[in-house]
Design a protein around this ligand. Sequence first.
Ligand SMILES: [Zn+2]
Length: 238
Amino acid sequence: MKESIKLDILSFGAHADDVEIGMGGTIAKYAAKGRKIGICDLTEAELSSNGTTELRRKEASHAAGILGVSVRETLGFPDRGLFLKDDYIRKTAHIIRKYKPDIIFAPYSEDRHPDHGNCSRIVEEAFFSAGIKKYETEGGYQPHKASRLFYYIINGYHKPHFVIDASSYIEQKAKALNAYKSQFTKSEGGADTPLVNGYIETVLARERMFGQAAGVMYAEGFLTREPFLVHDLLGDEG
Ligand SMILES: [Zn+2]
């Protein structure tokens, strides 16, 4: 059996920058605690209005460095072609088996971009299948059952089920987002998309609202299908 680095957290996105938008602060926070974090982008975002795949690859690697991510993978599924296909589920399950994360994150499925919802469904299927002994994936890794699957929010505002305090990491998050210059900075001759018109400010304003609701400066919001177990209700259980 092959072995590779074991991750604490593995977060999937449809496009490089999805994970940074939804949970860049949380990733920076846990990376700073010495946790091993991975990001897996399902596509190369080749249909983006601005930037080439080469440029996006460079930006993604720069952003991962800013957040302290240990590994970043790209599966190269077709942009706008993220349908619930057996091949995609198997390749995604292979990544889960390869890195054996304790916790997996996927985009929340209610999102104006259909790729984000489709990514969510592929990861849900792979999260389940990766743990099945007789389910076959390439690469020769052992079955792996991650303990939880949580959803981060990309576009818009959804009421989260829980939030993570990202106050001390919000500048790192902004820096990681700014690494995607081709996406979030207006350039001469570039396409005028919703992303180049104050998108980062909107994301940070949302995290400020999540934080305000929970009594901290900035927080990132998450959703879960299963009840979330709280270990330390009064904050004095070590
Ligand atoms: Zn996206």
